[in-house]
Write a protein that binds this ligand. Structure first.
Ligand code: DGJ
Length: 719
């Protein structure tokens, strides 16, 4: 038995079942596992195909396999499918088990290694060809997180074609019944969907070249009855931003078999002798304390092991972005006035969004031409950046590096630099084509042109946008290889660029964006510590978007901005307090024209900024709890300091509710033995009182209301 122990969980693998690797246990901690754990799997049943003979006789379909392939009697969906000359490779058996450290995939992001991981590499060798599959495991005990990946080594003397290569396969124990995931669309990303799939296969994924708005590369599996505060659950989050697939197959015995990783649809990889193929890393976390416990483990893991180390704990600046203030309609003078006005409010970073380059006055032109539009900005980016710096703010700039407009100098010079099939129509989205990041010269040219601006030393922040899905996923540069390699090569090329920029400009804060939150995933977060959560800035809609996002991603990673009313996406009106309370739960910014604000609004925003600055460390670094208020349609969250000494409450009453009793909100995650002073009203509460009785609030009938309240521990009851 091979045991990986987390603080509150164990993952136990056995390779004794005829050389098939099986998961004997993934769940609560087991101090001294015995061979009894394998009993469940040693059956011999009618109508199952077996391999081997005598004592080696195995019916693979009865095993909770850690890796599977077609052709030997496991009829569930396979983790790998590898062919040599058309013949499937199907004789893999465990050939070695080693506890050796391994590095992140060479071309893909990986979690931060700190030397405290328990590592395991299980090698499987195909008896006929000698091809090797390496199942890699790293347990990070303090987070109960296991990071898995698959590496394929072609140690044969002929090429193979890899048709399927998921990062991991695992069979969950009986009792796990519900799937929770985060489907969405542009402007309504990551809404929570919980469903009971029943027998058969439930899957979701992306073929868009990016993880996408439609499906997030993350999922949780929940035991019957698991809620926010209690129950067992299992979470999966792929450190990858390209085509992916999550699949949960509930078999005839109720076993739920999970596969997650590269989407096999359209995938095919030619692996020559001596070559190695690496799959993305998959983070798998077990929690015994409900969905909330799972989220907090993912949040801490993401902050400590995914976000670039130098940014993980750094305070994120409060920014003002000019997109909804001006769209494409700005010049140097107007920006100057916005900058002065924003600085008076206390804004810390001014971000110049789309429209500053080439001849970009609308979205039909100039992507790829990363030089300033002197008609709009005669003094160049330098003048605007200096203006922001002189006003005491940092300066940030928008790019959409992966794209090219047909109407651009770049396209005129290099019409073949986009993904396309020669001789066929090139499908556009938002009037643009996707650059072929599979090609080194395209990446080099992008790096060079964007670096010219970053090298001025005047840029403190970059917003890296991406506004269309990739089609066709075909690079003519690799026409001698199967088309199925393009999605992976594109992702690897993209990460190569991310890595180059973030290494060359370590002090620039990069924020990811894809038409809002279309590529919000652990792969991007490994380079960019924050992400624009959604183009929908309506505070009502943002509650669901941010709550959904919080299942796997920490609030500090979510760009959340206060915008103008009527809201530009929905036309809805809401109070400044409500808009602030929602935005302040994440990484605060403003997405409005400060010149259009009245005196009262300016005073209010100055207060908001001062309040957020005062409590930023708590909000950005604390532990996040989703609570369950008693009122219909209400939502509430708290962020609690790690030592329980303070917390911030965000409580929303979005819809009016006529003639209702006062709402009650029972807290958890705070210290029951402390007394907490709520600052605004000067009221003192016992922690036990807040936990067991709750906070009572009378909203009245109106909707669109919110409370944002700061509590800190008082007196000696603090532990
Ligand atoms: C989409 C982004 O999500 C917006 O915030 C803005 O940057 C636009 N693109 C600009 O084109």
């Amino acid at each position: 038995m091979h045991v990986l122990n987390g603080n509150r969980s164990s993952y136990i693998i056995d390779a004794a079942a005829g050389g098939f690797p099986v998961c004997c246990h993934w769940g609560g901690p087991i101090a001294s596992p015995s061979n009894n754990l394998a009993d469940l799997h040693l059956r011999d049943r009618s109508f199952f195909v077996h391999s081997g003979a005598g004592t080696d006789r195995i019916q693979p379909e009865l095993l909770p396999l850690e890796c599977s392939w077609p052709g030997e009697g496991d009829f569930r969906q396979s983790m790998v499918d590898i062919r040599q000359g058309g013949e499937p490779l199907c004789g893999f058996r465990v050939s070695s088990v080693r506890s050796e450290a391994f590095s992140a995939p060479a071309q893909l992001p990986g979690f931060l290694r700190k030397g405290d991981e328990q590592n395991l590499v299980i090698a499987l060798t195909d008896d006929h060809t000698g091809l090797v599959l390496e199942l890699r495991y790293a347990m990070i005990a303090e987070h109960d997180a296991i990071v898995r990946s698959l590496v394929i080594r072609n140690e044969t003397d002929r090429s193979v074609s890899v048709e399927r290569a998921f990062s991991a396969r695992v069979q969950l124990p009986p009792g796990v019944q519900d799937i929770l995931h985060l489907p969405g669309a542009w402007a309504r990303e990551r809404n929570i969907e919980r469903r009971r799939p029943g027998t058969g296969t439930f899957s979701f994924g992306s073929l868009r070249g990016a993880s996408s708005h439609s499906f997030s590369p993350s999922a949780a599996l929940l035991a019957d009855g698991t809620g926010e505060r209690s129950g067992e659950c299992y979470g999966f989050s792929l450190v990858y931003s390209g085509n992916f697939l999550f699949s949960a197959e509930t078999d005839q015995d109720g076993g739920m078999n999970i596969l997650m990783g590269l989407n096999p649809e359209g995938f095919s990889w030619n692996l020559a002798p001596g070559e190695v193929f690496e799959t993305p890393e998959l983070v798998m976390i077990h929690a015994d304390d409900g969905l909330g416990g799972l989220s907090r483990r993912f949040h801490r893991f993401t902050r400590e092991r995914i976000l670039p180390g130098r940014w993980a704990e750094r305070a994120r600046p409060i920014l003002l972005n000019n997109w909804e203030a001006t769209y494409f309609d700005f010049d140097e003078e107007k920006l100057g006035r916005i900058i002065d006005s924003a600085s008076e409010l206390g804004i810390e970073l001014f971000v110049l969004d789309d429209g500053w380059f080439g001849e970009r006055n609308n979205d039909t032109t100039s992507l790829g031409d990363w030089f300033v539009n002197r008609n709009k900005l005669p003094g160049g980016i330098e003048a605007v950046a200096r203006k922001a710096h002189e006003a005491g703010m940092q300066f940030g700039l928008w790019f959409e590096p992966e794209m090219v407009s047909e109407e651009s100098e770049l396209f005129r010079q290099h019409p073949d630099w986009c993904l396309h099939i020669p001789g066929r129509e090139r499908p556009e989205g938002r009037n643009q084509l996707v650059l072929d990041l599979c090609r080194g010269e395209v990446r080099d040219a992008l790096f060079a042109s964007i670096s010219e601006i970053l090298d001025t030393g005047l840029i403190d922040y970059v917003k890296w946008d991406m506004n269309r899905s990739a089609a066709p996923l075909y690079s003519p540069a690799y026409s001698d290889e199967p088309m199925g390699n393009c999605a992976y090569r594109y992702a690897a090329g993209l990460y190569g660029l991310f890595g180059r920029f973030t290494a060359a400009y370590p002090d620039i804060l990069f924020e990811g964006c894809s038409g809002g939150g279309g590529r919000f995933d652990a792969g991007v977060l490994a380079y960019m510590p924050q992400y624009w959560t959604s183009d929908n800035t309506d505070a009502y809609d943002r509650i669901a978007i941010q709550e959904g996002t919080s299942i796997f991603y920490p609030p500090v990673s979510m760009g959340s901005h206060v915008s103008a009313v009527p809201n530009h996406q929905t036309g809805r009106l809401s109070s400044p307090a409500f808009r602030f309370a929602v935005a302040a739960a994440g990484n605060l910014g403003y997405e409005l024209d400060p010149l259009s604000l009245g005196v009262e609004e300016r005073l209010e925003i100055s207060w908001q900024i001062a309040f957020y600055r005062k409590h930023r460390k708590l909000i950005q670094g604390g532990d996040f709890y989703r609570l369950e208020p008693s009122g219909v349609g209400e939502h509430a969250w708290i962020t609690v300091a790690r030592d329980g000494s303070e917390f911030m409450l965000f409580w929303f009453h979005p819809e009016g509710a006529v003639n209702r009793a006062p709402s009650r909100l029972r807290l958890f995650g705070i210290d029951s033995a402390s007394s907490y002073l709520e600052e605004a009203e000067g009221k003192l509460y016992g922690g036990d009182e807040l936990i067991h009785h709750g906070l009572i609030h009378n909203w009245g009938d109106a909707g669109g209301l919110s409370l944002i309240r700061y509590f800190h521990a008082e007196g000696e009851r603090l532990r």
